[in-house]
Design a protein around this ligand. Sequence first.
Ligand code: GLC
Length: 609
Amino acid sequence: MRLLIVLLVVASAASASELDWWKTALIYQIYPRSFKDSNGDGIGDLNGITQKLPYLQQTGVDAVWLSPIYKSPMYDFGYDIADYREIQDEYGTMADFDNLLNEAKSLGIRVVLDFVPNHTSNESAWFERSAARAAPYGDYYVWADGRNATDENGTVYAMPPSNWVSNFRKSAWEYHPGRGQYYLHQFVIGQPDLNYRSDSVQEAMKDVLRFWLDKGVSGFRVDAVNKLYEADPNNYGGVYPDEPLSEIPGLGPDDYEYLIHVYTENLNETYDVVYDWRDLLDEYIATQGEYKIMMTETYADLSLMIKYYGTKTRNGSIPFNFSFLEDITMNSTAWDIKTVIDRWMTYMPSGRVANWVNGNHDKSRVGTRQGVDRIDAMNMLALILPGVAVTYQGEEIGMVDGYVSWNDTVDPWGCNTDDPVAYASVSRDPERTPYQWDGSAHAGFSTAASTWLPVADNYLTLNLAAQIAAQKSHYHFYKDVVANRKSPAIQEGDLDTKALSESLLVVTRLLPGEAGMLGVVNLAAEAQTIDLTSLKILPSDLEVVASGVNCALEKNATLTKSSIPVSAHCALLFRSGIVGGGNAAGAHYLSLPLVLLVVATYSITACFS
Ligand code: GLC
């Protein structure tokens, strides 16, 4: 019996890393078009990513999430998929993908793909067959007849089936002359919405997941998941009902926010689909011996978002926590930031995994959104809080939005404004400019004469090579924090957040018997000295393990918690003595399974003596 306990403990220790890797994963989002161009065509590609995997391994990344790499006419830069099982030519071949996956695995990096379930491209074979009403594709998409309206002269004219508006502006309906009906597109015209009320669609999309899981990917980021369902016309007299007006001043019928999206977003049916996908992913745990992560993209109220986590009886996904992107600005105080952190932790159902997202290809970069003075602070917070951290490529070196003129604009959202001034407020091109590797032409991204988006003009000074060479840099700080992320306290410790004033934020992660971790952020333009003696459980002796670019206190400096000098706009990470007191030398090397192992072995020995 006791021997059995020993064996069980060892077995669970061995498999825990494969089963639990996702719970504290550092996931690095790669936007393939802009990461690294290996063949000189001005567009990033799979072989470029493979070349740079060693860099990501050295940085300490656990998994990469690749924005779509599939065959696409690129109206929405890959989020309009013509074939879910083929690689886009300009990104490479399936052999290149297999090679990327193998190389990543050999470096201990997992690969997570983008799953785009709400819509395909209008150039997909499914859509063409659906337009021709060929079985079983006839109802694969959301088709509807137009409505007739009469103008003041009594002339009858055709209108779309409802007043619904695309996320990228203008009507969400497009007439298809071949079929003689309108189809729904919640995004660009080239992105027809799939019909999730069709069982065939549900099965076809599950097969897409299986195709990539069979290849050995470690999970999926799921795109625009809260748009999967629309109101069922059977409940509305056979038509799609108009959405109510939001009455937000200054908006017109072409604007997405002009309507309240009660019939096109967050329908209850959505959650079960996500739970079904979770079950499908779980089937691979036994055969592939690792947990498959699923992270879902939803911009919605927190109370709706957390439903994606699952229910008491069903597991779901990790809903992306976009609060760092949406709720923190350059004017946010330490009180505000603490509130944002605590809010997610409060709403998250107990036992689920938190996550912190500092950027993505749809949102302005941290340095632009919150100011360059806050880059280290935001990177550190995402990395030391419990759960998954998501870094968008370039955030580790503090890239800021590039300037993209109206003439160079390619993002459909920007283009749909038809306005050489207004485009700038919505275009996503600025956060998608190429990665700044070094100070050579095109920032070392490409050898082409020109790149698909211009490289940001600060690349001569802001680039990875310069930051590696510098004594202090955003990159060094990021890497130091990542290295400490593996500590037991950050992996499992209790979280406490404190705003000592409007400008001082303190985060502790404490685990009994282990060194504690303490993050300190000074948002103010003046240096401040802080006294943390009120944090009773935090051991007094502290050592700096990561020092942000604005901090005078250097790495390896030691001090006590009663007096910590923090420079203006500085973020610091400290390691403390062992939590729980005394001088438990070496105690932090003992993880729980080992402690159990020692106890169990000791009791066997005692028995035989
Ligand atoms: C998601 C993607 C975005 C894309 C949209 C439509 O929001 O992140 O880039 O345009 O879905 O697929």
